[in-house]
Every structure is written in structure tokens, then in C-alpha cells.
Design a protein around this ligand. Structure first.
Ligand code: NDP
Ligand code: 2IT
Length: 448
């Protein structure tokens, strides 16, 4: 629990004002706990009510999204955009389309995005959005009509120097294309208002791969600096099989690791020979099918119903890449019992607070989401730069910038942890390093 009186007071007030938003409160508490040593040394933060201002978004819009399915039936969903903090740059963060989306989920994601974006060292503020729309089983035409309706409202709130959305769960290249088309149609402006665009209309090469690749660049650096080791030869388990998981699989394999299992929301597959990247990519990215189908294409692999069981598999490295709170204390205990040496979060807040504490108590290297999955938004930042310059960098150029950014994030997080007496604690380090720049900018910019 919080020791610092100022942080405690602001946290209690945040609970009282957002009592039904458990994911948001979970994200706030984690950041506040990390900031205790820093806040104790910086009384100006309390004098300027920095923490009170940080937990209250600049603004949050919710709106009705009406769309018609292929049978002419009309549906209504709820859309969201939270513009959390713009101290260091335009609001930036993905859009999530998933039935579980609500105000708490959007606010936890938007809050985390503030610090993650700061860690990238690029000028990006924090935002997030989405809808409780379920893309599963919808035709391309239905997805297009939903995206058009969603953007018809969202477009009045965003802009290339104001707020730049991108993808997240349920929003990939197809959705970004439809959203971009509608933005352009309504505004008659070809600008970098979204990232993750197709490479033929302003998208950056390597953005699709960036989050998964970045996760592995971070993991490789963490293993090198903290254990004098590497990904090569390690047995790896990855949860999820979406955008982040697919490219984590590819890079992990390229670095010499062996990924033995992956999942979707229904179950997981085990392939002791190493999961085949081409098969997973075809199955999940192209066909949008179920992961259970993998066993019909790869002899010797097996499918297990239910996604949680994936953490019972012995592995050296665990990469949760599906969704929030997918790895709890019981899972952490199993992983530690089976000898896991490193956990790096590809998803946002995939480990519960109890699981994180358990890993740290048992000397498992732990790479928190804000730092480890920042490669996606960092490359979005690189896409914005390319759009502003009206140019396009080579794949290898973007990939190398991404790798350097991930190495820097690791080093800054490690150094910040050491500086405040928490050597080796990358949760504390990442939160402090991300917070420092944002709070200094807020102080410099005056009250609002
Ligand atoms: P995708 O929609 O491409 O894939 C999501 C994957 O997670 C799918 O395999 C999906 O299974 C599974 N999943 C989603 N929700 C649940 C759930 N409630 N329970 C179990 N499994 C679930 O999303 P992304 O790969 O883009 O995102 C994955 C995570 O990474 C999210 O936490 C996201 O916020 C985070 N992230 C994404 C970034 C990006 O650039 N895309 C950047 C940084 C973080 P199924 O197919 O069955 O639904
Ligand atoms: O969680 C994330 O960082 C993302 N979904 C990517 C956001 C972005 O703007 O690229």
C-alpha cells in the first residue's frame, strides 16, 4: 500500500471518484507505488497538483455508433476517445474494438499510454479509444460500415497535430484503412491523422511488425545486461496470436529462441518443434481463423481447449501478448515452479499486481508493458515523422531506429530504477523515467 501521504490522498480521491473503474484504478495504483521515492524528493509536484491533474483526463468523449449489418438490421454500439495528457505531444494511442471495452478499460489504456509514449523519447502525448463493437464474424462490408460510422463522429476530435489514433485489439490494417478513408472523405485532407496505415497510402514499413519485434529487442537487451544471456536457445511461450504475438513469434525465432505454444481466446496449441510462423500468420492474419486449426496443418502439434492453461507449460521466457489480467498469481506460481527466468509483457497490463510482485520476489526478470511493448507506438511516431516529411524510409531503417529506441528504453528504465534505490526493478524504473519528462513539461507549461 502507498506510504507517501500525498500519493495516498490522491489515490483515495481517485478511487472515490472512479469507484467502478477497476482496471483504471489498478493502473493508477501501480504507477503511484512506483513513484513513491521520486515524489518524496519533489515537493513541487504536490504544490502544483501534478498527480491530481494526471489522473483526470484532459477530456473523454463517448458517442453512439449506429451501423447496419448485411441483412439490413440496425445496431448501436458505444464509441470512446480519451485524450489523457498532451504535455509532451499530440494525444497518441490505439483504438480497441472488443465487446469488453468500457470506460475503465479505455482509461487504463490511455493512462498507461502517457508514460509509455514518454519513454519512447518521441513527442507523443497519451490517448486511447475504441468501442464495444465485436468484429468477430463480421463481413468486410460490415466492418467498413462500422468504421465509417465510428469515424463520422471521431473525426471532429482528432487531427495530425491534435490526436492521432492507431490500432489495438480488433483494429488492424483493414480497419485503419476504412477509418482513414472516411476521415479523408469528410475533411478533404490527406494528413497523418492515423498510424498503421497501408504502406501505399502513408503507412510506415515495419509498423505491422513493430510491437512484437520491439518486445524481443527489449527482452534481448534485458537478458544481455541483467543476466549476460540471450534469447538464443530459450524455450518461449507466447499468449495470444494477434498482431503483437505473431511478430513476437517471428523475431523470437529469428533470434534463435523456440516458441512452443501460442493461444487465442478459446484455447492454445503446443508445438514442441517450434511454432511455424508462416502457418500462424496465414491462419490468424490472413484467414482470421481459430488457432485450433493449426493442428490440422502441422503434424505432431496438439490443441488444448481454454486459454489460461498455457502458463502451465514449462518455459524459460513467457511473453503474455493477449490482454489485460490474463496472467494471475496462480499462473505466476506455476511459471516460477517450472523455472521461468524472464517475463516480458507484450499486451497492456497482462499480469495482475500480485503476479508481478511474485515474479519480482522470485528474481524473475520482469519487463513491464509500458517499456516492453512501446515499440508499436514508437514506430507510429516514426510514421508521423515520415508523413510530415512526405517521405518513406526503408524497412531496415525503421527497424534499426525501433531497435535503438527499445535499447534506450531498457537503459533509461534500468538507470532510473538504480538512481532511486530500486536496482533491477524495471517497473519502478519505467514508471519514473516515463513520468519525469511528463511532469516536468506540465510544470513548465503552467496550470490547466
Ligand atoms: P489482436 O486483436 O491482433 O489480437 C489479440 C489476441 O489476443 C488474439 O489472439 C485474441 O484472441 C486474444 N485476446 C483478445 N482478448 C482476449 C481475451 N479477453 N481473452 C483471451 N484472449 C484474448 O490485438 P493485438 O495483438 O494488437 O493486441 C494484443 C495486446 O497487445 C493488447 O493488450 C494490446 O493493447 C497490446 N498492444 C498492442 C499494440 C499494437 O500495436 N497492436 C501495441 C502495444 C500493445 P481471439 O482471436 O480469440 O480474439
Ligand atoms: O498500446 C499501444 O501502444 C498501441 N496499441 C499502439 C498505439 C499507437 O498509437 O501506435
Amino acid at each position: 500500500m502507498l506510504q507517501n501521504a500525498y500519493l495516498k490522498r490522491v489515490y483515495e480521491d481517485t478511487v472515490a471518484r472512479n469507484s467502478d473503474q477497476k482496471e483504471f484504478l489498478q493502473a493508477v495504483l501501480e504507477v503511484f507505488e512506483s513513484l513513491e521515492p521520486y515524489v518524496a524528493q519533489h515537493p513541487e509536484l504536490e504544490a502544483h497538483a501534478i498527480m491530481e491533474r494526471l489522473v483526470e483526463p484532459d477530456r473523454m468523449v463517448t458517442f453512439r455508433v449506429t451501423w447496419e449489418d448485411d441483412n439490413g438490421k440496425i445496431h448501436v454500439n458505444r464509441g470512446y476517445r480519451v485524450q489523457f495528457n498532451s504535455a509532451i505531444g499530440p494525444y497518441k494511442g490505439g483504438l480497441r474494438f472488443h465487446p469488453s471495452v468500457n470506460a475503465s478499460i479505455i482509461k487504463f489504456l490511455g493512462f498507461e499510454q502517457i508514460f509509455k509514449n514518454s519513454l519512447t523519447s518521441l513527442p507523443l502525448g497519451g490517448g486511447k479509444g475504441g468501442s464495444d463493437f465485436d468484429p468477430k464474424g463480421k463481413s468486410d462490408a460490415e466492418i467498413m460500415r462500422f468504421c465509417q460510422s465510428f469515424m463520422t463522429e471521431l473525426q471532429r476530435h482528432i487531427g495530425s497535430n491534435c490526436d492521432v489514433p492507431a490500432g489495438d485489439i480488433g483494429v488492424g490494417g483493414r480497419e485503419i484503412g476504412y477509418l482513414f478513408g472516411q476521415y479523408k472523405r469528410l475533411n478533404n485532407r490527406f494528413t497523418g491523422v492515423l498510424t498503421g496505415k497501408g504502406v501505399m497510402f502513408g503507412g510506415s514499413l515495419a509498423r505491422t511488425e513493430a510491437t512484437g519485434y520491439g518486445l524481443l529487442y527489449f527482452t534481448e537487451e534485458m537478458l544481455k545486461c541483467m543476466k549476460n544471456d540471450s534469447v538464443a536457445g530459450k524455450t518461449i511461450v507466447i499468449s495470444g496470436s494477434g498482431n503483437v504475438a505473431i511478430y513476437a513469434l517471428e523475431k523470437a525465432t529469428q533470434l534463435g529462441g523456440k516458441v512452443i505454444a501460442m493461444s487465442d481466446s478459446k484455447g492454445y496449441i503446443v508445438d514442441e518443434n517450434g511454432v511455424n510462423f508462416q502457418v500462424i500468420k496465414q491462419l490468424k492474419e490472413v484467414e482470421r481463423g481459430r488457432i485450433s486449426e493449426y493442428v490440422n496443418r502441422v503434424p505432431g502439434s496438439r490443441y488444448v481447449e481454454g486459454c489460461r492453461g498455457i502458463w502451465s507449460l514449462p518455459c524459460d521466457i513467457a511473453l503474455p501478448c493477449a490482454t489485460q489480467n490474463e496472467l494471475d498469481l496462480a499462473d505466476a506460481e506455476l511459471l516460477v515452479k517450472n523455472g521461468v527466468m524472464a517475463v516480458a509483457e507484450g499486451a497492456n497490463m497482462p499480469s495482475t499486481a500480485e503476479a508481478v510482485a511474485y515474479f519480482q520476489e522470485h528474481n524473475v526478470l520482469f519487463a513491464p508493458a509500458k517499456a516492453a511493448n512501446a515499440g508499436g507506438v514508437a514506430t507510429s511516431g516514426l510514421e508521423m515523422s515520415q508523413n510530415s516529411m512526405r517521405s518513406q524510409w526503408e524497412f531496415s531503417e525503421v527497424d534499426e531506429k525501433l531497435r535503438q529506441i527499445m535499447i534506450n528504453i531498457f537503459r533509461e528504465s534500468e538507470a532510473a530504477a538504480k538512481d532511486c534505490g530500486h536496482e533491477g526493478n524495471l517497473v519502478v524504473g519505467a514508471n519514473i523515467a516515463g513520468f519525469k519528462k511528463v511532469s516536468e513539461a506540465m510544470l513548465a507549461e503552467g496550470l490547466y
